[in-house]
Design a protein around this ligand. Structure first.
Ligand SMILES: *Cc1c(COP(=O)(O)O)cnc(C)c1O
Length: 454
């Protein structure tokens, strides 16, 4: 068993393999063989706090008895049947449960199997929506924001705006209208949130009104652009984006693949600004971190345009669409929210996270600390005064998280940004362990940089 981690055949995602296979940190790259609650356990028996919820998916802990038995029970019935031409009990039960936690305007649920497909479905459906209404429509463009991340398939990459991940593919992508992102720490208008009057929003408004007749939809990750760098939006931004969309009758697609299911403190992020999107994408947390599943949910008005002649059909579907085991896991996952009162238990944990993040601000290499509910990011900088960033090739975030492993926590940075994205179920003492480990590791890297300079 000790040798399983030594096999080198896997090409890992978002990973520079030259670096990965030569990891010389004290613990190396753990090979996970078991998990329990918020802990991941490696082949040497080390236990690590899962500080990023196994990439933003786990909510109620690993090996949760209720989700385990829901999957087992479903397995004894059947594992998968297609939704192409057949109905499926677990998919029907889940859509009923989802409709209970969603605003009543969001009536139609389209299943797929990951966040990128949920976004592709939203984009293609909105594009076809206008075509179904009028074959001569000129509404063929999408508005997306800078620093947006909506997944890795080509449609999702087209609306994406993260230079490092997306620029290489530019020639393959469709054109989008790009609106500024409210990244206040690095405001492109060099203004401050106190006095800017949301200049970025004015730009968005201008972009939309100048191109209104050409726009099929606007896509946004609400409240916090997670993979874009935990960019927390100012209060009211989302509400005003929705107002602009409504003014021009443009559907707003919200990508809540990461922020949905309690991460921001409410079940869905949009609830906090009192709006309802026209299209909603959900994935990651939907099965509590157990199995791949996604949904794209539509208002009746979008769905209606597809009803009628055969040519108006939405010709889209993935083979494992609405997988029965995934749906059973998702249903159990949503029931746990009720049974364990997961959302009610969050506010003190969010507060504890805020308090523990405070210390980071004293560090010389910390430029900004951002938090939205139970999601937080710490931006590391070379120069605190000028905000000069570390070069990505310096791998600063990576150096910190490698050290954090030694202190028993697993993290995954986004370039120069340390990310905190723990399972909702994490206890306050465990939040403290996580933040302490991250703080010590950051301080050590800072000290190391100083010695290096001397
Ligand atoms: C992760 C993510 C996606 C893509 O989801 P996958 O399941 O990795 O395809 C899309 N949008 C957002 C906001 C995400 O965080």
């Amino acid at each position: 068993m000790k040798t399983v981690g030594k096999d080198k055949r896997i090409w890992y995602p978002f990973t520079q393999m030259a670096e990965f296979e030569n990891d010389d940190s004290s613990v190396g790259i753990p090979t996970i063989v078991a998990a329990d609650g918020v802990y991941l356990i490696d082949e040497k028996g080390n236990r690590y706090i899962d500080g990023v919820s196994s990439l933003w998916v786990n909510l109620h802990g690993h090996n949760h008895p209720k989700i385990n038995s829901a999957i087992e029970a479903q397995l004894r019935k059947f594992a998968h049947s297609t939704l192409l031409g057949l109905k499926s009990e677990p998919a029907l039960k889940l859509s009923k449960k989802l409709s209970k936690i969603l605003p009543k305007e969001l009536t139609r649920i389209f299943y797929s199997d990951n966040g990128s497909t949920a976004v592709e479905v939203a984009l293609k459906a909105c594009y076809q929506y206008w075509h179904n209404l009028d074959k001569k429509t000129k509404r063929k463009k999408f508005v997306a924001f800078e620093n947006a991340y909506h997944g890795d398939t080509l449609g999702a990459v087209s609306v994406g705006g993260v230079e490092l991940f997306h620029s290489i593919y530019r020639d393959l992508l469709f054109d989008v209208l790009r609106a500024p992102s409210p990244y206040c720490y690095r405001c492109k208008f060099e203004m401050t949130p106190k006095s800017c009057g949301m200049k970025c929003l004015t730009e968005f408004k201008r972009l939309v009104s100048e191109n209104a007749e050409k726009i099929a939809a606007v896509i946004l990750e609400p409240l916090v652009q997670c993979a874009g760098g935990i960019i927390v939006h100012p209060k009211g931004f989302l509400k005003r984006v929705k107002e602009v969309c409504d003014e021009h009758k443009i559907p707003l697609i919200l990508d809540e693949v990461a922020v949905g299911f309690g991460r921001t403190g409410t079940m869905f992020a949009f609830e906090q600004e009192g709006i309802v999107p026209d299209v909603l994408c959900l994935a990651k947390g939907i099965t509590g971190g157990y199995l791949p599943l996604a949904v794209t949910i539509f208002k009746e008005s979008v769905y209606e345009s597809f009803i009628g002649e055969y040519e108006k059909t939405f010709f889209h579907g993935h083979t494992y669409t609405g997988n029965a085991l995934s749906c059973a896991a998702a249903l159990a996952n949503l029931e746990i929210f009720d049974e364990e009162k997961s959302l009610k238990k969050l506010p003190p944990k969010i507060k504890r996270l805020t308090t523990l993040l405070e210390r980071f601000k004293e560090l010389e290499i910390v430029g900004d600390v951002r938090q939205c509910g139970f999601i937080a990011g710490v931006e590391l900088v070379k120069n605190k005064t000028t905000k000069e960033p570390f070069k990505l090739s310096e791998r600063i975030g990576h150096r910190v998280i490698r050290r954090a492993r030694k202190y028993g926590v697993i993290m995954r940075p986004l370039g120069n940004i340390l990310v905190f994205f723990p399972p909702l179920v994490i206890a306050e003492e465990q939040i403290e362990l996580l933040l302490d480990a991250a703080f010590r590791s950051t301080k050590e890297v800072q000290d190391e940089l100083k010695t290096h300079l001397r």
